[in-house]
Design a protein around this ligand. Structure first.
Ligand code: ZN
Length: 239
């Protein structure tokens, strides 16, 4: 194999944490089938430790979506994303920086975290073009997201990425943080776009339709807008 450029590689946790999620769910046989079908059975036997070819990671993630029932695929990829977030928190963000982020007001912490995520975006976006913007919410975009390269889907599929973002924001910005993909290249959109909201978005509100006179579900949380209309699967709030 020819040497891949730096940009065509992605962090090994996109594979390692997926194996962990499949194992934790007791899906040993399915994991074997998925990795064999994706041409990556070598990684199931010996998980990668270095940056890896993003195309092989894409094949594995897409095979999860093809072979598992849709809800189970979402659950596994979400769990893998949360585990990846946990790995990053345990190994990649210095503890003193985490203490500072937790002490800062949420909007300021969000701004600093977006900067840090953007600086390391190639570890999860590979050759994709990543951008992060902070306003009242955070908008992350990945144009040319390699994980969904060539994939066509009726729904927005990048729950793994959403779960990584959600975990980092929940721990470092606000436990109320919620991340969801609102546009997806696999769904025919120009890019994959994620919205992270660090303010209160309660589960009852996320699942209810807003009314003209009440908040989202009458619970008084003040979320008049409700969830993004196109949202497919939000990452879980805890595990
Ligand atoms: Zn996507």
């Amino acid at each position: 194999m020819t040497e891949l450029s730096h940009e065509a590689k992605i962090g090994p946790n996109a594979v390692i944490q997926l194996i962990q999620a499949l194992t934790a769910a007791g899906l040993h046989d399915q994991a074997k089938t998925i990795f064999t079908t994706a041409g990556a059975s070598d990684w199931l036997a010996q998980p990668p430790a270095e940056m890896v070819d993003e195309r092989r990671v894409a094949a594995i993630h897409q095979t999860v979506r093809q072979l598992l029932p849709p809800e189970q695929a979402v659950a596994i990829l979400t769990d893998a994303g949360l585990r990846t977030g946990d790995y990053i928190l345990a190994n990649r963000i210095p503890k003193f920086a985490q203490v500072i982020l937790k002490l800062l007001p949420a909007p300021l912490a969000a701004r600093m975290l977006v900067k840090a995520i953007s600086a390391h975006s190639w570890t999860f976006a590979g050759s994709g073009r990543f951008s992060g913007q902070v306003g009242r919410q955070v908008i992350f975009e990945i144009a040319g997201n390699p994980i969904v390269a060539g994939e066509r889907a009726d729904s927005l599929v990048c729950v793994w990425h959403a779960a990584v973002f959600q975990r980092l924001f929940q721990v470092l910005v606000s436990p109320k943080s919620h991340a969801v993909e609102v546009a997806c290249a696999a769904h025919g959109d120009p890019c994959c776009r994620f919205v992270v909201d660090w303010r209160a978005v309660q589960p009852c509100c996320a699942g209810a339709a807003p009314t003209a006179t009440e908040g989202c579900c009458g619970c008084g949380c003040g979320d008049k807008a409700g969830p993004p209309r196109e949202s497919a699967h939000s990452a879980v709030s805890s595990r």
